[in-house]
Design a protein around this ligand. Structure first.
Ligand SMILES: *Cc1c(COP(=O)(O)O)cnc(C)c1O
Length: 386
């Protein structure tokens, strides 16, 4: 690639990263113990307002633990969105349970109207338990994904979960920094509203530790158990007694050193994402057939990814992606729906409609925090000349 390649979403490491990582190496604390791990957990809890935070190797590991904490067993079902990255769904199968795939609303997140309809019409609610009429399986949890840094409709989803006794796992892997600015959850951060939330610090997320994740919760029991399960469920450190099947999921001090430096810059990154979004928005407003999707109204979004709806444009969505690629600009179609993926063939789905439409027509365009106004001009000019 040439020097002026414009990537989709890459890390921005111009803060204290080098100093903190060097410090971790100089002090020889490079593994799963060390002050940066505890410090990063504390700082994430402070930033998000969660009661506590437990670090892990990546968001996927965090989602696995979160789902275990909800008490889901192999006999159960879990409601999940079909429009998401597959790591939001796979933990259901790690446990041996089955997913029920749900449609999205116009925010691209889980559709609460269909969720309620499904619980009312397709399930029996007896003795405080929700059972799928189709197969008699109990439904214990719902995974709500905050797609692209938007906020799923948590006001509606928490109402439904309360009514039907469902635990909520928030996949906030893309949405650290997103919070409600109004309404019942004013001031509440994505990830801290349901029972358990998970953030990811993968390389393409708004802040990164190379690979990493964090579980947050306001439930002290969950936090304690999350720490236990992510550290091999060791109940005695001297004699190595274990009281459960645990996992080696804890973050290293090297990762956490990066994380602490990145978190210091998160609010600045969000400002850049906001400005860049607004710059794109103004320019796309004048192009027929293209529309930059809005974020929900009553939130401050971290605006992680920008979704360009390509419907009625002179080029098809896939031709546009090819065209941009030929012009050294990286873009990406929306994920393939998870209910269409090979490992989920034949899985239970409920009225998947909007997700199919968005799946066919959305393209994600460059959104790195390194993206300059010149870069935005290059992307938009290329599209205008297509
Ligand atoms: C990134 C991501 C994950 C997984 O996070 P990793 O840290 O890459 O394991 C899960 N769900 C969604 C929606 C994601 O975007």
């Amino acid at each position: 690639m040439t020097g002026n390649f414009i990537p989709l979403s890459v890390p921005n490491l111009k803060g204290n990263e080098l100093e903190y990582v060097a410090n971790a190496i100089k002090t020889e604390w490079v593994s799963t113990g060390g002050p940066y791990v505890d410090g990063f957990e504390r700082k994430i809890a402070e930033y998000t307002g969660a009661k506590g935070a437990v670090s892990c190797q990546n968001g996927t590991a965090g989602l696995h633990i979160a789902l275990i904490l909800t008490g889901v067993t192999p006999a159960d079902e879990v409601i999940v969105p079909t429009l998401t990255f597959i790591a939001a769904v796979n933990p259901v199968k790690y446990i041996g349970a089955e997913p029920v795939f749900m449609d999205c609303d116009d925010s691209l997140c889980l559709d609460p109207v269909k969720l309620r309809q499904f619980c009312e019409e397709e399930c029996n609610f007896t003795d405080g338990k929700l059972f799928d009429k189709a197969n008699g399986r109990q439904i214990k949890a719902v995974v709500a994904v905050h797609v692209f840094g938007n906020m799923a409709d948590m006001e509606a989803i928490t109402d439904i979960a309360l009514k039907y006794n469902l635990k909520i796992v928030e996949d906030a892997t893309e949405a650290i920094g997103t919070y409600y600015t109004d309404g019942k959850f004013k001031g509440k951060f994505a990830g801290t509203i349901g029972d358990i939330g998970v953030y990811s610090f993968n390389g393409n997320k708004i802040i990164t530790t190379g690979g990493g994740g964090m579980i947050v919760s306001n439930n002290a029991e969950y936090l304690k158990k999350a720490k236990h399960l992510t550290t091999q469920a060791k109940s005695d450190g001297l004699y190595y007694t274990h009281d459960d099947i645990g996992y080696n999921y804890r973050m290293t001090n090297l990762q956490a050193a990066l994380g602490v430096a990145q978190l210091e810059q998160l609010e600045d990154f969000i400002k850049i994402k906001e400005n860049n979004y607004n710059e794109y928005k103004r320019r796309f407003d004048r192009i027929d057939g293209l529309k930059l999707l809005n974020f929900r109204k009553n939130i401050r979004s971290n605006r992680w990814f920008y979704a360009l709806l390509c419907d009625g444009y002179k080029l098809s969505r896939d031709s546009l992606i090819k065209y941009l690629s030929a012009h050294n600009i990286q873009s990406r179609p929306l994920w393939g729906l998870i209910s269409d993926q090979k490992p989920y063939a034949g899985a239970r789905t409920y009225k998947i409609e909007r997700a199919k439409y968005f799946g066919k027509n959305i393209v994600n365009i460059p959104c790195s925090t390194n993206l300059t106004l010149d870069g935005i001009e290059t992307v938009v000019n290329a599209i205008e000349n297509s």
